[in-house]
Ligand binder design. Structure first.
Ligand code: AMP
Length: 398
């Protein structure tokens, strides 16, 4: 069974075609600058050449058609016809309270995804455009929606309720939702496998640390708390997002600098986080190098980030009562030995200890715990696309 997995943004579209008989990637690629001019990079995994050129992509339907053409072409293809694509899985950012699981896309489901647009005005419209483009080009192939928020729908009300008048929840559904759910779910399952136990029997704290970062407390395979909130700006300081903030800071800066709410939100989403603190970069590779050369603000940005991660892990140890393992994943979690070390060093109180030699590994699934650690520490490369493909296979096969 071949499954096409799609992650549609407002002007981009990432894809992977999986052969689910052996869970291998047949081809992957990226359409960029959709609606502007257009560029397609298509990488087949069967030895055929990479296609990497500017091509006109006036809208998402043209982009999907271009992807199908490449997947089925004699020169760059990996299948001989569109009929060899059995189902399509779409990443959808926000499922609100409607969706606690992935689901087959029907007219009713599309309506519910549209209803979630006010909760994710930048992301859900692009995801909907991707689904509609696929329907137009691929026709009657089953399509499945996989939501970033779904995994966190198991959170108890004490974890998702904000201390504001309850009418905002009742009327507008203002609450913590959490994101990165497919990643937290994937690494949780892998961590349970590495522990050699059923996921129902283990408690895990997953640290997804990339350009966007979030932490999740997972009890017996279910999310019970997570650091992102109503939107992805909450929780940890990130590449350019501020993370948790005393809301009065907004009022103070808006009055001082005469900013309106849109300008303020742009500062907090795009100019804050480790970029805001360091004044130089949102990329942890740059910050690591700068800090090593004595740049104090880069070092401060790293300290603020790792302290915030460690504090949140500590809070989630309370939420879980007992912790079997912590997991590091995503761009920073998989690659930065120094960030992992700095976090682990602050978690000695929980019994976390890592082995410096094992911690040198990058981008591999590995146990980096020290011999005397009471809580295991794992690096687990995340694989959100595989989760999409697995869910799509399961739902489309029913
Ligand atoms: P992601 O959003 O998961 O793709 O992660 C992207 C981020 O990972 C980048 O912005 C970097 O901050 C970080 N990153 C990637 N490679 C490394 C590395 N070798 N060392 C430190 N940070 C890294």
């Amino acid at each position: 069974m071949n499954i096409l997995v799609i992650n549609a943004g407002s002007s981009s579209l990432k894809y992977q075609l999986f052969d689910m008989d052996n869970e291998t990637v047949l081809a992957k690629g990226l359409c960029e600058r959709i609606g502007i001019d257009g560029h397609l990079k298509h990488t087949p995994n069967n030895g055929k050449p990479v296609f990497n050129e500017d091509i006109a992509l006036p809208d998402h339907a043209v982009a999907i058609q271009a992807v199908i053409d490449k997947l089925t072409s004699a020169e760059y293809g990996v299948v001989s016809a569109m009929s060899e694509i059995d189902a399509v899985g779409h990443r959808v950012v926000h499922g609100g309270e409607h969706f606690a699981q992935s689901t087959l896309i029907t007219d009713e489901v599309m309506k519910a995804i549209e209803d979630c647009i006010p909760l994710a005005p930048l992301h859900n419209p692009a995801n909907i455009t991707g689904i509609e483009a696929c329907t137009k080009v691929i026709g009657n192939v089953p399509q499945v929606a996989v939501f970033d928020t779904a995994f966190h729908q198991s959170m108890p009300s004490k974890a998702y309720t904000y201390a504001v008048p309850h009418k905002y929840y009742d009327e507008y559904k203002v609450r913590r939702y959490g994101f990165h759910g497919t990643s937290h779910r994937y690494v949780t399952d892998r961590a349970a496998a590495l522990l050699g136990k059923p996921v129902e029997d283990v408690n895990i704290i997953t640290c997804h640390m990339g350009n966007g970062s979030s932490i999740c407390a997972v009890k017996g395979g279910k999310s019970v708390d997570t650091s992102m909130g109503f939107t992805p700006i909450a929780g940890l300081p990130m590449g350019t997002r501020c993370g948790d903030l005393d809301v009065s800071v907004m009022e103070f800066i808006m009055k001082k600098d005469g900013l309106d709410i849109d300008a303020m939100m742009k500062v907090l989403n795009k100019e804050s986080g480790v970029l805001g603190i360091s004044g130089t970069s949102s990329d942890f590779r740059d910050l690591d190098m700068a800090a090593e050369k004595g740049d104090k603000r880069a070092a401060l940005a790293l300290d603020v980030f790792t302290y915030s991660v460690a504090k949140t892990v500590g809070a989630y140890a309370v939420a879980l009562g007992k912790v079997d393992a912590i997991v590091f994943t995503a761009g920073i979690g998989e690659n930065s030995a120094s960030v992992r070390k700095a976090i682990a060093d602050q978690l000695g109180v929980l019994g976390v200890a890592i082995d410096d030699e094992k911690n040198k590994v990058r981008g591999e699934e590995v146990d980096i715990s020290a011999a005397d650690a009471k809580v295991k520490a794992f690096i687990i490369p995340t694989n959100e696309e595989l989760v999409l493909a697995r869910d799509t296979k399961e739902i489309a096969s029913k």
